[in-house]
Design a protein around this ligand. Structure first.
Ligand SMILES: [Zn+2]
Length: 160
Protein backbone atom coordinates (compact mmCIF):
# COMPACT_ATOMS: atom_id res chain seq x y z
CA UNK A 1 0.00 0.00 0.00
CA UNK A 2 2.69 2.41 1.05
CA UNK A 3 4.75 1.41 -1.95
CA UNK A 4 1.82 2.04 -4.28
CA UNK A 5 1.12 5.36 -2.65
CA UNK A 6 4.75 6.42 -2.94
CA UNK A 7 4.79 5.43 -6.59
CA UNK A 8 1.58 7.37 -7.17
CA UNK A 9 2.97 10.45 -5.56
CA UNK A 10 6.28 10.16 -7.38
CA UNK A 11 4.31 9.83 -10.61
CA UNK A 12 2.25 12.89 -9.82
CA UNK A 13 5.27 15.00 -8.98
CA UNK A 14 7.00 14.41 -12.30
CA UNK A 15 5.53 16.04 -15.39
CA UNK A 16 4.47 13.49 -17.98
CA UNK A 17 7.21 12.59 -20.42
CA UNK A 18 7.39 15.05 -23.26
CA UNK A 19 5.38 17.70 -21.45
CA UNK A 20 7.75 20.61 -21.17
CA UNK A 21 6.89 23.88 -19.50
CA UNK A 22 4.38 25.67 -21.66
CA UNK A 23 3.37 22.55 -23.57
CA UNK A 24 0.14 21.02 -22.38
CA UNK A 25 -2.69 19.02 -23.93
CA UNK A 26 -4.90 22.12 -23.81
CA UNK A 27 -3.26 25.09 -25.48
CA UNK A 28 -4.77 28.56 -25.41
CA UNK A 29 -3.23 31.97 -25.79
CA UNK A 30 -2.98 34.22 -22.77
CA UNK A 31 -5.46 36.55 -24.46
CA UNK A 32 -7.96 33.72 -24.75
CA UNK A 33 -7.59 32.72 -21.10
CA UNK A 34 -7.96 36.33 -20.09
CA UNK A 35 -11.29 36.45 -21.88
CA UNK A 36 -12.52 33.21 -20.29
CA UNK A 37 -11.52 33.79 -16.65
CA UNK A 38 -12.12 36.36 -13.94
CA UNK A 39 -9.19 38.79 -13.50
CA UNK A 40 -8.35 37.16 -10.12
CA UNK A 41 -8.37 33.63 -11.55
CA UNK A 42 -6.35 34.70 -14.59
CA UNK A 43 -3.73 36.37 -12.42
CA UNK A 44 -3.20 33.25 -10.29
CA UNK A 45 -3.50 30.66 -13.05
CA UNK A 46 -1.54 32.30 -15.84
CA UNK A 47 0.64 34.90 -14.14
CA UNK A 48 1.53 32.67 -11.18
CA UNK A 49 -0.13 35.04 -8.75
CA UNK A 50 -1.04 34.17 -5.17
CA UNK A 51 -4.40 35.07 -3.67
CA UNK A 52 -4.53 36.71 -0.26
CA UNK A 53 -4.69 34.11 2.55
CA UNK A 54 -8.14 33.50 3.96
CA UNK A 55 -10.01 34.94 0.99
CA UNK A 56 -11.28 31.77 -0.68
CA UNK A 57 -14.65 30.29 0.29
CA UNK A 58 -13.13 26.91 -0.57
CA UNK A 59 -11.04 27.11 2.61
CA UNK A 60 -14.16 26.18 4.52
CA UNK A 61 -15.46 23.65 2.00
CA UNK A 62 -15.91 20.43 3.95
CA UNK A 63 -18.31 18.50 1.74
CA UNK A 64 -17.32 15.37 -0.12
CA UNK A 65 -16.53 15.95 -3.74
CA UNK A 66 -13.86 16.88 -6.24
CA UNK A 67 -11.75 19.98 -6.72
CA UNK A 68 -11.19 20.85 -10.37
CA UNK A 69 -8.91 23.24 -12.20
CA UNK A 70 -10.90 26.47 -12.54
CA UNK A 71 -9.46 27.01 -16.01
CA UNK A 72 -10.08 23.68 -17.72
CA UNK A 73 -12.13 21.51 -15.29
CA UNK A 74 -9.41 18.86 -14.93
CA UNK A 75 -10.05 17.01 -11.60
CA UNK A 76 -7.06 17.80 -9.34
CA UNK A 77 -7.92 16.77 -5.78
CA UNK A 78 -10.42 14.55 -3.98
CA UNK A 79 -12.05 16.02 -0.88
CA UNK A 80 -10.68 13.04 1.07
CA UNK A 81 -7.17 14.50 0.66
CA UNK A 82 -8.16 17.99 1.91
CA UNK A 83 -7.22 19.04 5.41
CA UNK A 84 -7.16 22.17 7.54
CA UNK A 85 -3.59 23.46 7.43
CA UNK A 86 -4.35 26.74 9.20
CA UNK A 87 -2.60 28.70 6.44
CA UNK A 88 -5.69 30.34 4.95
CA UNK A 89 -5.34 28.44 1.67
CA UNK A 90 -7.13 25.23 0.70
CA UNK A 91 -4.62 22.47 1.47
CA UNK A 92 -4.35 18.89 0.34
CA UNK A 93 -1.94 16.07 1.11
CA UNK A 94 -2.19 14.39 -2.27
CA UNK A 95 -3.34 15.26 -5.80
CA UNK A 96 -5.27 12.86 -8.02
CA UNK A 97 -2.95 10.60 -10.05
CA UNK A 98 -1.43 12.42 -13.03
CA UNK A 99 -3.41 15.61 -12.34
CA UNK A 100 -0.52 18.00 -11.82
CA UNK A 101 3.01 18.74 -12.92
CA UNK A 102 5.68 20.58 -10.96
CA UNK A 103 8.51 23.02 -11.55
CA UNK A 104 10.90 24.96 -9.36
CA UNK A 105 10.47 28.68 -8.89
CA UNK A 106 12.71 31.18 -7.16
CA UNK A 107 10.20 33.96 -6.55
CA UNK A 108 11.02 34.08 -2.84
CA UNK A 109 14.73 33.59 -3.58
CA UNK A 110 14.77 30.16 -1.97
CA UNK A 111 13.64 27.48 -4.38
CA UNK A 112 10.01 26.44 -4.06
CA UNK A 113 8.17 23.70 -5.88
CA UNK A 114 5.41 25.18 -7.98
CA UNK A 115 2.67 22.90 -9.29
CA UNK A 116 0.20 23.32 -12.10
CA UNK A 117 -2.66 21.59 -13.83
CA UNK A 118 -1.26 18.89 -16.12
CA UNK A 119 -4.00 19.54 -18.69
CA UNK A 120 -3.83 23.32 -19.26
CA UNK A 121 -0.65 24.33 -17.39
CA UNK A 122 -2.55 26.74 -15.13
CA UNK A 123 -0.61 27.50 -11.93
CA UNK A 124 -2.32 26.14 -8.81
CA UNK A 125 0.04 26.58 -5.87
CA UNK A 126 3.17 25.29 -4.17
CA UNK A 127 3.97 22.01 -2.48
CA UNK A 128 5.80 21.81 0.84
CA UNK A 129 7.16 18.99 2.98
CA UNK A 130 5.26 19.86 6.16
CA UNK A 131 1.98 18.11 5.40
CA UNK A 132 0.23 15.39 7.35
CA UNK A 133 0.63 11.65 6.99
CA UNK A 134 0.61 9.52 4.97
CA UNK A 135 2.44 11.66 2.38
CA UNK A 136 3.92 14.44 4.51
CA UNK A 137 3.16 16.81 1.62
CA UNK A 138 1.19 20.03 1.78
CA UNK A 139 -0.28 21.13 -1.53
CA UNK A 140 -1.04 24.76 -0.77
CA UNK A 141 -3.60 25.75 -3.40
CA UNK A 142 -5.09 29.04 -4.48
CA UNK A 143 -8.84 28.69 -4.01
CA UNK A 144 -9.56 30.94 -6.99
CA UNK A 145 -7.74 28.44 -9.21
CA UNK A 146 -10.13 25.66 -8.15
CA UNK A 147 -13.79 24.82 -8.67
CA UNK A 148 -15.58 22.45 -6.32
CA UNK A 149 -18.09 19.83 -7.46
CA UNK A 150 -19.97 18.09 -4.64
CA UNK A 151 -20.33 14.33 -4.72
CA UNK A 152 -23.44 13.27 -6.62
CA UNK A 153 -23.11 16.10 -9.14
CA UNK A 154 -21.68 15.14 -12.52
CA UNK A 155 -18.24 16.56 -13.26
CA UNK A 156 -18.25 19.05 -16.12
CA UNK A 157 -16.51 18.12 -19.36
CA UNK A 158 -12.89 19.21 -19.75
CA UNK A 159 -12.58 22.55 -21.48
CA UNK A 160 -11.49 22.26 -25.08
ZN1 LIG B 1 -6.33 23.13 -16.00
Amino acid sequence: MLKTLTALIAGAAVPAAGVAAGEFPLKKSKAEWKRLLSPEAYHVLFEEGTERAGTSPLNAEKREGTFLCAACANPLFASSAKYESGTGWPSFWQPLPGAIGTSTDFKLILPRTEYHCAHCGGHQGHVFDDGPRPTGKRYCNNGVALAFVPQGTALPALRT
